[in-house]
Design a protein around this ligand. Sequence first.
Ligand code: FEO
Length: 400
Amino acid sequence: MTMRLIKDGVYAVGVIDWNEKHFHGYTYITKRGVTYNSYLIIDEKVTLIDTVHKDFEEELLKNIKEIVEPSKVDAIIINHVEPDHSGAFPKIIKACPNAKVYGTEKAKQGLLKYYGICGDWISVKLGQSLNIGKRTLDFIDVPMIHWPDSMFTYSAYDKILFSNDGFGQHYATNKVFDNEVNFNILMEEAQKYYANILWPFNNLIYTKLKIISNLKPNVELIAPSHGLVWCKHIKEIMQKYLYWSSHSCKNRIAVIYETMWNSTEKMARKIIEGITSENVEAVLFDVTKNDRTDIISYMLDAKGWIFGSSTHDSEMLPVIAGFLYFLKGSKAKGRKSFAFGSYGWSGEAVKNIETTISNITSFDSSLKVIFKPTEGELNKCFEAGQIFALKIKNENNKTL
Ligand code: FEO
């Protein structure tokens, strides 16, 4: 997103981080970069919504200065305190000494802990609003979308929902609106973002979507703090959020494995052949060769998950072990799985896969092969894939 007027009196003043490829430490691979969006509303009270990452504080200040003297900013709204949105706050509050600062009580605590300052603070919550002239800004606290402090801000005058992390995409672009970019790429990034950031909060999101769809007048723009502003495709993204947050799935299967001497890989390939013979969509992921971010995104609405690992020192292999620990945090529901793998003498990997993620998926009986699979054992892998695909097909799934 680049600096631009998005509605009469409302400017996008955020920044583009073209080179950010690892977000949240190393948890999210952002191949298309990142934007940190911030919005400036020119009304009787000049209002800034969110700041940006600390690395871009000078750029944000410069963008604000192109529109108004920072000393004229009357209000700063902190929708969320995570450093990608609040890192520039200390610099901005210094440059805007006349601003009152609005956010949830938890955001105030967060700012004080991170930076030791919170400015001239006013705590707000759902049902409270701020009149800034022609506009009244309504605050909607949405704890856990994405942190306990998170909130959205709605301008009924503009029909804009400032949704911070909600409805975001990690997509660096000099475009501003959803209809200026390729729709499929946009939705791919929106799904990746949901799967890797918001998935654990499905139940809360599902509840809060009702509040958003009941906003009056109806929302015309959703302006997140990452990626593009939704204008043309609001209906599509709302439907997707409803679908994802209700734990809905498609008849698709992810086969994820890590192999040592290719025996587990041979098993994986036969399993996917069996699945394919039943015309069920499936993708094979060697976890050491694919981005975890992409695999998680595919798994978000995949009904079936199959995991394989060779056994090494009585454990599963290390990359898939890390992957499963990450996946465990998703708090997914309603999935079906089975585990497989080759081994040399004891074969604990399969059992350990099941134990690690038994809280988020149910396991069918597993497949283990000593050393190298024989023809007969490979046939068994094929059959296991077939049987699993039939189970997935026959489940009564919610699909979009
Ligand atoms: Fe984009 Fe939760 O920060």
